[in-house]
Design a protein around this ligand. Sequence first.
Ligand code: PAN
Ligand code: ZN
Length: 191
Amino acid sequence: MHIEISKSQTKYNNITGEMTGKDTTTSQRTISDIKGIFKDSIAAENLDQDRVAYKVNCHFEEKEGKEGGLFFGTSYVMPGKVGNEYFMTKGHFHSKKDTAEYYWCIGGNGCLILMDEDGNCTAEFMDKGSIHYIAGNIAHRIANISETEELVVGACWPSDAGHDYESIIKSGFTARLFEIEGKPTLIEEDK
Ligand code: PAN
Ligand code: ZN
């Protein structure tokens, strides 16, 4: 038997959503990494390829694939557009399809774009404090709709969910979020 009071070795900053300390990592995607997801490939080529489009800061206490565990992360999507399309994450289904996820908005303004397996595509506005439940079998990505502020989004998902990026690379989402006449507008993708 072992009895002890200890202190967490990981810290969460309530304002910025950032996690530091044990089992934390940060990764980033530049325009060069994600340019293929945007409609306007010429506009994507014309941007600084090293410009960071988003970062993800995570606390991974479990191994990827561990059944019954959880992961926790904060995504920071920079303001910016490729042509008229807002900076956004790659987006994915979970590899283990029927696994859900919570997103919540820590700061900024954005849209959560959701697509089911039949291609029905919807979006939800995100602003500070909004909570978004993403059910299983739903592809998800976030777009920053602010011109100046980062979109900061917390997430918690099962450690055995995995990420299926391939289906999105192959077929994309069935709708895209563009700025049209100053407003975020979800437009059906040409078939
Ligand atoms: C999030 C996403 C994060 C980055 O933590 O992984 O926002 O988006 P992409 O993974 O699509 O590049 C999540 O949904 N995890 O499951
Ligand atoms: Zn996910």
